[in-house]
Design a protein around this ligand. Sequence first.
Ligand code: UDP
Length: 246
Amino acid sequence: MSGKSVKLINDDGLRLDGRHADEIRPMKIEIGVLSRADGSCYLEWGRNKVLVGVFGPREVHPRRSQRADTAVIRYKYNMASFSTEDRARPGPSRRSIEISKVSREAFEPVIMAELFPKTAIDIFVEVLQADAGTRTAAINASSIALADAGIPMKGLVTSCAFGKVDGQIVLDLNKEEDNYGEADFPVAMTQDGEITLLQMDGNLTPDEIRKGFELVKKGCKEILEIQQAVLRKKFETPVEEPEVET
Ligand code: UDP
């Protein structure tokens, strides 16, 4: 959010990458890409590339982190050093610790952790290429990886940001829009529309937030459809049509 004046929306209302205000970037999902993980997902969203591995429910190390009544959910977001324009410094940063925390909280309402006391469910995120929206991309991928691991969940979590660019409310900011726009507002929600993550960088009026929420609901619905299609393709066993005697 530098506020620098760069024209991000042209006179036809199109953004630098050709999208309308209410369009998300193209998303591609592969499921079960890591053989050593219990569940995994590779997701591309525009120029973002993220990889997620889910492990568990499994024994907790160190033991003192165990909880007698529930599984402990752990979420680790990491950016590969080659994922950004300037080399990202290896190891945890304030930003990655914050993203890990809010992303874990985004899943806590849906993961049925009480079914697995004394265990851990680990979600590891590696951002391979970053182009703004990596936390939302990682949440969408984590949802798929958790389902792939067979972790019982009340539903999927979907995530998308809206923001303000050239004075307009737009969906799913890319890097230029994140850099030069006026606000960025990532959201995650359950498939019933319950909000599980909400952050804001920049300034927005209540009316702009209301408008943004309408866009984000539309974006999350589209993402949910993509997630469900991927899961259906992997797990749905085709129903064999009975042979009809003629
Ligand atoms: N970014 C970067 N280096 C960093 C952190 C972020 O180049 O150390 C870039 C990266 O492209 C990221 C974008 O800035 O996607 C926006 O970062 P933000 O903190 O808003 O998180 P995100 O939108 O990725 O969830």
